[in-house]
Design a protein around this ligand. Structure first.
Ligand SMILES: *Cc1c(COP(=O)(O)O)cnc(C)c1O
Length: 361
């Protein structure tokens, strides 16, 4: 018991991010980063903002990141959004954190799938939000009807992590409509990797005041290192997030992040190109793993979730690591025999498959 620590800090169970090893020439398939570089337009915009002497960094950034919020509105031109329906933050993790504090901390417990992004229960611990877990079915799918009434809110990822399963828009709508007095947070970190054309729940925002959709530029825009996430929802929900943000840090996005993210969202051809490349590699990796005897869950994300009926998952992860390939293994109930493997370039996927072939003998 450290006398300087608060009771809250003593009792926290922090999130453990996938490791970022310093070793060169690793095949890094453990944290769902995009294997392709970001938009060249984004890189140019950041260089321009920096200029030759970096003088613009003397000044604070726009606290409301208006340019970026405008770019988000334009990115979803079909959805008739307004800037008042958009909130931006330092990665979607920060946006999620604010949502827990601003919108999910109520008297009744919130509902979370039993298998989902493991940061959600960590925010519950940090902000004192009670939660109840709702089991996925035996195919590892979220069943909307299993979410009970009288909750303090609902948080799901769609596609879900680490399973990769996508709920269709009609199912999301059923969930949101069934809980009109709760905020339903839909974390769409991976939605751009879905084959479907318009799966995003942003299409429902103007009809459901209780829906908050959270997105990130970390995965599909290849900008995990820039830390940009956002939320889209009814203006009253966004106002709640703004109130928390302005009680915490007025400038969550720096100048480079604002211009880089703005340019990245404007580069639709780049998004389409990398998204297609990832989806193609996902299909060929799935085939290759199935040929090695793995069971692979259908994935709408840039990772696959897989198990081998004859080989222990933790052991496989260790042996892969000895061959310089790192994947993610979760020592958690129901999924400790699975591996989550990020879809890399075709070359990286081939190195993974070669290493597995060697291990399986
Ligand atoms: C990666 C991930 C995030 C975090 O994204 P950042 O914007 O990088 O903070 C949020 N939710 C899920 C489900 C993720 O997998």
């Amino acid at each position: 018991m450290n006398p300087f620590w608060s009771t809250l800090v003593h009792n926290l169970s922090p999130y453990v991010p996938g490791e970022q090893p310093k070793m060169p020439d690793l095949v890094k398939l453990n944290t769902n980063e995009n294997p392709y570089p970001p938009s060249a337009r984004a890189v140019d915009a950041m260089r321009e903002e920096l200029g030759s002497d970096g003088a613009s960094l003397r000044l604070y950034p726009d606290p409301n990141a208006d340019r970026l919020r405008g770019a988000i509105v334009n990115h979803f031109a079909d959805q008739a959004l307004t800037p008042a329906q958009v909130f931006v933050g330092n990665g979607s993790d920060e946006v999620l954190a604010h949502a827990f504090m601003a919108l999910l901390k109520h008297d009744a417990p919130i509902l979370l799938p039993d298998i989902s992004y493991s940061f959600y229960p960590v925010y519950c611990g940090l902000y004192g939000v009670d939660h109840i877990t709702v089991p996925l079915n035996e195919r590892f799918e979220i069943c909307v009807d299993d979410f009970r009434q009288g909750n303090g809110g609902i948080v799901i990822a769609n596609p879900n992590a680490p399973t990769g399963h996508l709920l269709r828009l009609a199912e999301i709508e059923r969930l949101v409509a069934a809980h009109p007095t709760s905020v339903v947070v839909v974390d769409e970190a991976y939605i751009d990797f879905s084959e479907q054309v318009v799966p995003t729940a942003i299409a429902l925002i103007n009809r459901y005041p209780n829906l908050l959709v959270i997105r990130t530029l970390s995965k599909s825009h290849s900008l995990a290192g820039l830390r940009v996430g956002y939320a889209v929802g009814n203006a009253a929900l966004i106002d709640a997030l703004e109130r928390v943000k302005n009680s915490f840090n007025s400038y969550p996005l720096d100048r480079l992040a604002i211009v880089g993210a703005t340019a990245a969202l404007g580069d639709k051809p780049h998004l389409e190109q990398t998204r297609q490349a990832v989806m193609q590699s996902r299909a060929s990796l799935t085939d290759a793993l199935e040929r090695l005897g793995f069971d692979v869950l259908p994935s709408a994300a840039n990772f696959i979730f897989t198990r081998h009926p004859q080989h222990d998952a933790a052991q496989l992860a260790t042996e892969l690591r000895q061959r310089k390939v790192i994947v993610r293994h979760f020592k958690l109930p129901r999924i400790d025999q699975h591996l989550r493997i990020t879809v890399g370039t075709d070359t990286q996927c081939q190195l993974l498959v070669d290493a597995l072939r060697e291990i399986l003998g």
